[in-house]
Design a protein around this ligand. Structure first.
Ligand SMILES: [Zn+2]
Ligand SMILES: [Zn+2]
Length: 147
């Protein structure tokens, strides 16, 4: 993550009329640095030492503000807690089945799927989601050590 991205995000908040509190700034900075697509709980745990008065609810509130102005995307997975992604450009995710880590990868957007689905079903398609699953490099290494 570059200073530049943080600066840009802060500018976007300011221009949307959002007040930048130290906590809000810290949540934003953590999100931009985290490559794992953290949950609100991950963020809370990482920052509670620095902000003893902060609650998980505060983290959620901040994330909601960020989401509303388009700084983060919320990724929902059934009933497990949402993950937050500050990469709002089009990309796909690969998910480790062993540790749950989510990694970005780029692949040409599968727009054909959307128009095809529209034609077949008559739906108005808004977006699509594709996830690839497997075992990440670290987990592969760990497995070998156990054997
Ligand atoms: Zn893993
Ligand atoms: Zn992502």
């Amino acid at each position: 993550m570059s200073e530049h991205m943080l600066q840009e995000a802060v500018e976007k908040l300011k221009s949307s009329g959002v007040r930048i509190t130290p906590q809000r700034h810290a949540v934003l900075e953590f999100l931009l640095n985290a490559e794992i697509h953290p949950t609100a709980d991950d963020i809370y745990k990482a920052l509670e030492g620095k902000f003893p008065n902060m609650s998980v609810a505060t983290v959620y509130n901040n994330l909601r503000v960020f989401r509303e102005i388009g700084l983060v995307r919320e990724l929902t997975y059934g009933d497990s807690s949402s993950r937050f992604d500050c990469n709002t450009s089009k990309h796909y995710h690969i998910i480790c089945e062993s540790c749950g880590k989510i990694v970005d990868f780029h692949y040409p957007s599968l727009d054909e799927v959307e128009s095809l689905a529209e034609q077949i079903t008559g739906f108005d398609v808004s977006h699509h989601r594709m996830e690839v699953y497997g075992v990440c490099q670290e987990c592969k290494k760990d497995k070998k050590q156990i054997v």
